[in-house]
Each structure stands twice: as structure tokens, then as C-alpha cells.
Design a protein around this ligand. Sequence first.
Ligand code: 1CP
Length: 352
Amino acid sequence: MNSALPASQKPFIKALNGEALPRPPVWLMRQAGRYLPEYRATRAQAGSFLDLCYNPDLATEVTLQPIRRFGFDAAILFADILLLPQALGQELRFQEGEGPLLAAIRSEAELGKLRPEAIHARLEPVYEAVARIKAALPAETALIGFAGAPWTVATYMLEGRGGNDQAAAKMWAFGNPAALDRLMALLVDSTVSYLDRQIQAGAEVVQLFDTWAGVLPDEQFQRYCVLPVKMIIQRLRQKYPALPVIAFPRGAGAQYDGFAAATGATALSLDYTVPLAWARDRLWSKHPVQGNLDPRLLVAGGPQMMQAVQRILQHFQGRNHIFNLGHGILPETPPQHVEQLLRLLRGASMAA
Ligand code: 1CP
């Protein structure tokens, strides 16, 4: 057993609470994954990606791998945003080299087949993994639980796969908004319940990934991105008033402004297109921010990467900035570049 610090004394959570720290805490989105040889070995042992997600021992192992290797300030549960639609009864598989494939929902009538009451039976191994990870983490490392935000999860449920224009979900938004509201309400309920169980099992922070927040016009952005995230946070806070929540409305552009106030998110995760000076003046002045190195720069390495890291540090000198990427780490990232990044960050003083 470890002797974990109270959450409020862990550097990552201190930053989320607005405290000044000598250096920015750091973790990387998708920090467990294919760029690590030890991940590839464990995944091969599991058989498939989904077998890995539902095996509490192996999911714990891959969550801990980047912590052992790099000593990040936070671990993120190894799972996927698409486990929830699968637990609701939608067929899901991961095609090698193609990513996720779901049996797309084509009509409002098919929404009736989703079974919110059944999710925990399927997701139990995920909660078991959370408990095991929590017990095994170093004392000062925080544990992040997560879910997809309803809009992003809905884009996969309706399209059946990843893509670039989210056409199916947008056709629902523009053609039958009441039906999409119905799906949103169902996803809000099941996401609250899913995250509640992650928190009960030991997650100290939750992050909501809204990967496709950037594809909607203003009116639909308010209805399908802001409102569902606000409802999830409100309902979780009724039970956990001090719960830190990080929102990642990727690609939201100017919509990042006001997003934390409108949803109640504690902190915003910035994608790599968000301009640093604007983020400092409009966002970070009010809420902690996390981000936002372009993951492709971490692949490139060298002086360009080092300068980009320095620029980020210079903009957020002072307090409550969490260093991260502006999207998930890429499989072709050399692990040595992560080591270089960490040497730079750990040598960095945040004093002005
Ligand atoms: O081993 C493999 O081949 C699978 C690659 C992989 C991994 C490592 C997938 C497939 N998912 C994951 C894990 C994962 N996914 C985590 C775990 C923890 C960590 O960060 O270390 C998290 C938080 C996610 C979240 C996720 N899954 C998102 C949101 C964040 C983002 O990157 O935008 C999305 C959109 C997914 C769907 C998904 N799962 C996997 C893939 C390749 C995709 C993207 C599909 C697409 O749109 O093309």
C-alpha cells in the first residue's frame, strides 16, 4: 500500500485550486499508448485494445507505465470515451489501423434500444482498474477519471466512426434537434453515473473530452456543447462540491472565452491553435489552464520544440498553469523527446 497525500496537497490539484507552484505540474493527453514499447507489449498480451480496457490488471499496468518512466504529476485512467456507448448496448469494435467502428444509430426509434440501466454491469472492470491504480500510485500523483462530452460521444454513435465533418450528428442537430436533445439527456445521465462510479473508486479529478466541439455554429454550440457539460458538472457537484473538472472543448476558438464560467468547469484544456497571449489575458486570468504544445512538435523535437515550450512557460509564468499537449500524444513520438521536455520543465523556475 502507498501512503497517498490528501488530494489537496498534490501539486496537480494545487494548480487546479489556483495555488502558486515553483514549476508547472505536467501530464500528457494519451500518455499511455503506442509510443511506449512497454504499452505495445502489454497490449499484445491483452489481445485487443478493448480486452486491454476491460482487464483491470493490464489497464492498471498501462496507466502506471508512463508514471514509472516519466514521473508525471497526474495519471489518467486507461479506458476510452467509446466504452460508454458500448455499455449502453451499441456494438463497438476497433479495427486495426482504422480506429473505432460502431453500429451507427440511423433513426430516432433506435435510441429506444439504448439501455442506461445496464451500463455498470459492463463497466465494472473500469471501476476496479481505478481502485487498483489509486492504490498503486506514488503519494504525490493525482488520478484523473474521464469521459467523452455528450456531443463528441454522440458524433461517434451517429456516424459509426471517426471522421472530419461529423455530418451525421450535424444532420440530427439541424434536422431533428429534439431527437438529438433526447440522446444528449441520455448521455448526460449515463455520463454522470459513470463518472460518479469512477470518483467513488478513487478518481480525484475528471476531464471531459469534447474533441469535436469545434464543428458547430454558435447556437448549436450552446445547446450541444455548453449545456450538457454544464449539466454534468452541476450534478456531480451536488454530490462532490469540491470536485475539480477540466473541460477540453477542442477547436472551440473564441468559444473558449466564457466556457468555464458557463459550464462551471474548474479549468480549461487548450488545443494547440489557441493563441497564448489571448489565452493568458482572456482565460488564465480567471481560471487555471492546461496545455497546449502541438503534439507534432513533440514528434519533431529539437530547437523548435524547445522554443515552443519556452514560449508557453513565458506566457503562463506565475501560478496554476498545467503543462500538457494541445491534443493527444502521437504514436510516432520518440520517448526521448518526452524526456527532453521534462528536463526543460523541471529545470524551469516559474518565478518572473
Ligand atoms: O492501442 C491502440 O491501438 C488504441 C489506441 C487508443 C488508445 C491508447 C485508442 C483508440 N484509445 C486509447 C486510450 C484513450 N482514449 C485514453 C486513455 C488514457 C490516456 O490518455 O493515456 C483517452 C483519454 C482516450 C480518449 C478518446 N478516445 C478521445 C478523446 C480525446 C482525443 O484524443 O481526441 C477520442 C476521440 C477517442 C476515440 C478513439 N479511441 C481510439 C482512437 C484511435 C480514437 C479516435 C478515433 C477517430 O476519431 O479517428
